[in-house]
Design a protein around this ligand. Sequence first.
Ligand code: C2O
Ligand code: CU
Ligand code: CU
Length: 487
Amino acid sequence: MCVVVIAIIVTAAWFYSQATMSNVGELSFQNPLRIPERLQPTVDRAGVKQFDLNVQAGESQFRGGQRTPTWGANNAYLGPTIRASRGDRVELAVTNDVDETTTMHWHGMHLPAEMDGGPHQRIEPGATWTPTWTIDQPAATLWYHPHLHGTTAEHVYRGVAGLFLLDDETSSGLELPDDYGVDDIPLIIQDKAFNSDGTLDFDTPFLASLGILGSDILVNGTHDPHLDVDHQRVRFRVLNASNARTYNLGFTDDRDFQLIATDSGLLDAPVTLDRLPLSPGERAEIVVSFTPGDDVVLRSYPPDLGNLGFWNNRFNGGDDTFDLVQFRAAEQLAPSAAVPDTLVEQNPHDPDDAATTRSFHLSGGAINGKPMDMDRIDQAVTVDTTEIWEIDGSGMAHNFHVHDVRFQVLDVDGRPPPAHLTGWKDTVPILPGTTVRIILAFSDYTDPATPYMFHCHILRHEDRGMMGQFVVVDPGQAPGRPHDHDD
Ligand code: C2O
Ligand code: CU
Ligand code: CU
């Protein structure tokens, strides 16, 4: 064999062996898990709950004494947890205190398109944007993050993201752990790549077409974290707020846990699992049982990224294993009620009611061959109709998120969805070569000229154009032209 060929093989083997990541055995779980503070609203005379968010730059210390320039909302890194109930009128005052234009999107929220915080609702440096709407959807774990076209990945990676929890009468009536920060704990999982000086690395690693895949994990902005548990059962609201990485959650002793909610609300009944995949943007609520003195680690096992081939699988995180957070149970645990056998009636949409089926093909930085264009409305859907959307992807692992509405997964390649995809969702993995059919119903807030987005939530793909725009119109109404941005 000629020397060049050998050199190529050796180099390739080196890259291959370097590309797998794990932190197992490297952590000591020394840092108490930070719990994002709850943002208290002021209530005006009309009963409107007003929340203030300031997008700001700061400095964080994640590892040792190293200082990392970061962004956050009301914090140097991440943002506070916002909580509201169905029926509440809310007003968010989002001030941009960084030196770049940004936006703030309420991921999973059913609301008028103008309030959605997508790429058209720009917030210039120094400006305050004040959307207002009435919460009108079931209890769920939602989140917020910037959504400026082209820089979403960077703004989220710098640290602008937070939870937006919704309650309703049904959820409040269920005996579930719900004492925030006590037995109802958020877990915002993000991977980071650090430079040796502690700054965030923004470079995409060799052959990682998904974008940045970091080898350090932050949970709620805490590196190397542990949580002291003092209840028999704890509900965790897990958000994958990573740009690109898919996790496959499980415990190091393989204990079972109960999945009680997915992106857009509670399930009809808890599902017992020992592994739970979560792609970027997806959320899940799980209830975990602890025994006195328990000591267990939540780990991400190698995720199934579909049929990528061994090479791409490795370069996109398919062989990676990460310890996320250690739980240390006290010797005395406060009693918790068992998870109810039934949770929330699902009222699934009926495929027979679907007025239309639309197809979306994700590939090459585009959807259906068209990269995102701020001036083009891709789909107009009629208010008060049900539709089936059929999504498939090629080349890479993708996922698919739809603004404004929640959906149910009808099938994956013609087969019923796995248990963790049976509930209400707003983001669903689209593995290479598979077709996922979802059913959605559009209601309220017609606006022919202000679009909502649908896109891959792998943020580099989204930024590069794997996004499209839809408007909700009245019957017979033609879509307008987006007007509220400058190019
Ligand atoms: Cu989480 Cu269009 O966004
Ligand atoms: Cu969204
Ligand atoms: Cu993608």
